[in-house]
Write a new protein. Structure first.
Length: 422
């Protein structure tokens, strides 16, 4: 009898443990699914899940991590910083330290991509499979070359850029030329060094018509969460890409942003992404105008290019005619940046004495940056025939990055002071 009772107890205990395991797995599956939706731009499910938890459960490491990611999805960097501080206050563990390191990198990426924020015009967008949208893109912009996730062939068919993985799972770019008989010259294949990016995954390499500017998608330590869009210049003599620049929001978001293709004939930028889609295997192709306006106030809608705060839709796509982008007779004076809906042109646009002081510094550095970029553009043209200027170009690009960061900090100081004075 005792043996039978013990067996029943063991069976009951086993059932209880299996029930806990099933509940845990179900919970993990739920949050994984909601996180996948959040990364594609739908945060409502994850926010509802978090609101349904007790305060004690919200303070656990997994849920504080989710709260930080929600803030990053909305580009609410202040809230993300507060949540990250909460994670740092938890009991130290390997999982906690790894989470802090990962989220710190993503917060820095969000800070970078919120610099140079732009408002843009949406013409149209469509969703579908990767294969179907690439086929659509080939018909819309046939003159750019052959595009795919793992390779790009130039419009003249003479050069191929391939994504090749190493044994560690890190991707590299390899360039190959085409022989006169139409085959690819494997002996000329050359791996391209990418300065400034740690090992990660690469997709959709795309060389622009100038033969030097290249864009690609990258997922790794420097990205926001999924793939981010980067742009660089190819040093053919050195066989390397100069330090790539991460494009600002809303080109980059937590979603997978794969390809930004400039269609010069139509005056349209084509953006391939998985943001706002219904499932991981579905992508979206946006047609955006070349024209953009600076924007300094980050809204919830901004990160996903959904809503009138970022773009206006319902406008017909320009016809495929060269020079389709209409240029005004005299453009209005370009503001230094925007304070909400108010353009900031000079010190007379500001109320506070201290903010005017920082704007004076901002204007001085903006002028220096403009002069530097003029010189840099001249040197890049000279580089085509004179490779000796390469070192000077690299130094100026380093200075360009430093000035850009200074401008970002000064602009934020002005905005914070003016908002405080209201």
């Amino acid at each position: 009898m005792n043996i039978v009772m013990r067996q029943h107890r063991h069976i009951a205990l086993l059932g209880f443990l299996l029930g806990l395991l099933t509940l845990s797995l179900t919970g993990n599956a739920q949050t994984d699914s909601l996180r996948s939706e959040m990364m594609r731009g739908n945060t409502s499910g994850m926010e509802s899940y978090i609101k349904g938890l007790s305060k004690a459960k919200r303070r656990t490491l997994p849920n504080r991590t989710l709260l930080t990611e929600i803030a990053l999805a909305h580009y609410d960097l202040s809230e993300a910083s507060d949540q990250l501080a909460g994670i740092e206050s938890l009991r130290s563990s390997d999982a906690q330290q790894a989470t802090i390191e990962e989220l710190t990198k993503r917060l820095k990426a969000a800070e970078r991509t919120s610099s140079g924020l732009v408002r843009m015009q949406l013409y149209t967008y469509r969703t579908g499979s990767e294969e179907g949208l690439l086929s659509d893109l080939s018909r819309e912009a046939p003159s750019v070359g052959q595009l795919s996730r793992a390779a790009f062939v130039s419009a003249d068919g003479r050069e191929r850029w391939q994504v090749v993985s190493d044994t560690l799972g890190h991707d590299h770019l390899v360039v190959t030329g085409r022989l006169g008989d139409g085959t690819w010259d494997s002996e000329s294949a050359r791996e391209v060094e990418i300065l400034g990016l740690e090992g990660g995954r690469i997709a959709y390499p795309y060389l622009l018509a100038d033969g030097e500017t290249i864009s690609f998608a990258y997922s790794g330590p420097e990205s926001l969460g999924g793939y981010d869009l980067f742009i660089s210049r190819y040093d053919r003599e050195g066989g390397r890409l100069l330090v790539p620049q991460q494009l600002p929001a809303p080109y980059n978001t937590l979603a997978g942003d794969y390809l930004l293709l400039r269609d010069e004939e139509r005056g349209v930028d084509w953006l391939l992404t998985d943001r706002g889609t219904s499932a991981p295997e579905v992508l979206a192709l946006y047609a955006l105008s070349h024209r953009t306006e600076r924007q300094d106030v980050v809204t919830k809608e901004l990160a996903w290019m959904m809503g009138d705060s970022i773009m206006q839709s319902g406008i017909a796509l320009p016809p495929p005619v060269r020079g389709a982008e209409v240029k005004g007779a005299q453009a209005a004076r370009e503001p230094l940046f925007w304070l909400g809906e108010t353009p900031i042109h000079d010190q007379s646009s500001l109320a506070g004495r201290e903010s005017r002081h920082f704007l004076e510094q901002y204007t001085e550095r903006a002028n220096r940056l403009s002069t530097l970029r003029t010189k840099l553009e001249s040197l890049r043209k000279r580089f085509e025939t004179d490779r000796s200027v390469k070192g000077e170009i690299l130094e100026l690009e380093r200075q360009e990055q430093l000035l850009g960061r200074e401008l970002f900090d000064l602009r934020n100081k002005v905005i914070a002071l003016e908002n405080k004075a209201k």
